[in-house]
Design a protein around this ligand. Structure first.
Ligand code: SAH
Length: 359
């Protein structure tokens, strides 16, 4: 297991990724009273402090010692775009090592939802996805996942009630940091977001789905399915070369058994690829009897690939066919269409621009 709060390449341990218990140990090891750990934790996870300077009720000497021994994660806003259509906001944040990541704030009537990244880049290689084109740079620390939400809450001035781990990266490929992040995010002394208001989306890493099931959390698991048979799935998602579809679905069933949480299946409809009648029939058969919900997402075309969205009538027809087979299904409403299209595109555009300026 990765050591608490450490990430490859990083020098000092990461203060903001520590649990209150770990923080108490760290503080008492410095010869301080345990209540200092509580104060510090509160500054980090409740008052959302950007640095030690703000922690005015902590002795200056302690703040200095902490600053020498630990990294303090604080994401810097690099860009922010607000949709004129639906108020969706896209944020670009710069990490301590100069990398940039993308997060999104979506406003729904049930509350504000933030979509966060779990890695810098991604190594899963899904054919239609912009986030994976440059490969994986590194995992995000738990604190870097958290701070996306903290900064958005601070900058927007609005409370975040829902979190979806559906941005750049494969969360189950950064499993230990993800679990630690979930613990901190739901902690009563932090933002205290309910587990039921959190969704983790995966391309289907079987052993990690099973491990997550055994944590028996009340979070929603979203499985990126995108095809109803193994051969077609391989064409869209290289991860399918590693895991058989039947095993992925077994792991999903297991997740439901252990947690009682209904699985969400994401299915990006790609024109002429996975949107035929045959696909709808096969998908219905595949999911029949499974306690689940299907989210149809007309694919967001990206420059680098020639995948296209099916016509609206075809999307509607596909939905009707699933419904006839008594599958719960919704068409995902597209948010922030006017602010840098598909997931990962804002970040990619920003990096390309930055490179040009450096030449
Ligand atoms: N790695 C995780 C989470 C990040 S991707 C996963 O695979 O689930 C979040 C969702 O967006 C996934 O369902 C992914 O397949 C989908 N997605 C990525 N690029 C897309 C695009 N261009 N159009 C539609 N959906 C896309």
């Amino acid at each position: 297991m990765e050591r608490a709060g450490r990430t490859e390449g990083a020098g000092m341990p990461d203060l903001k990724s520590l649990t209150l218990e770990e923080l108490t140990d760290a503080i008492t090891a410095l010869g301080e009273k345990p209540f200092r750990a509580k104060q510090l934790y509160q500054w980090m996870h409740e008052k959302l402090a950007d640095g030690f300077d703000e922690m005015t009720n902590l002795p200056k000497e302690l703040r200095e010692r902490l600053g020498e021994a630990y990294d303090y994660t604080h994401l810097e806003l690099a860009d922010r775009k607000i949709s004129a259509i639906d108020g969706t906001e896209k944020y670009l944040f710069r990490l301590g090592d100069g990398n940039v990541i993308e997060s999104v704030l979506m406003r729904y009537h049930h509350g504000n939802s933030v979509c966060i990244s779990s890695q810098v880049g991604c190594r899963m290689g899904c054919r239609f996805c912009a986030s994976t084109i440059g490969g994986l740079t590194r995992n995000l620390r738990s604190s870097e996942m958290l701070d996306q939400i903290y900064q958005i809450q601070k900058i927007s001035g609005e409370r975040v009630s829902n979190v979806v781990v559906m941005g750049t990266g494969e969360p189950l490929d950064n499993y230990e940091n993800l679990l630690r992040f979930l613990g901190l995010l739901t902690d009563a002394h932090g933002l205290h977001i309910s587990q039921r208001n959190i969704t983790v989306s995966t391309c289907g890493i079987v052993e990690k789905i099973r491990a997550l099931a055994e944590e028996e959390l009340q979070i929603t698991l979203a499985l990126s399915l995108h095809a109803s048979n193994q051969e077609k799935r391989k064409r869209l998602m290289p991860v399918a070369y590693k895991y058989e579809l039947a095993d992925v679905l077994d792991a999903c069933r297991y997740y439901f058994e252990r947690t009682g949480r209904r699985i969400t299946f994401e299915y990006s409809l790609v024109g002429g690829v996975n949107d035929t009648d045959q696909d709808a029939r096969e998908l219905s058969a595949l999911l029949s009897g499974l306690n689940c919900h299907v989210n149809l997402i007309p694919v967001n075309p990206i420059e680098e690939r020639d995948y296209v969205q099916p016509k609206l009538a075809i999307v509607q027809d596909f939905k009707n066919k699933l419904e006839k087979n008594r599958i719960n299904v919704t068409i995902r409403r597209e948010m922030g269409r006017d602010i840098a299209g598909a997931c990962g595109q804002l970040r990619k555009g920003f990096i390309e621009q930055e490179r040009k300026e450096q030449l």
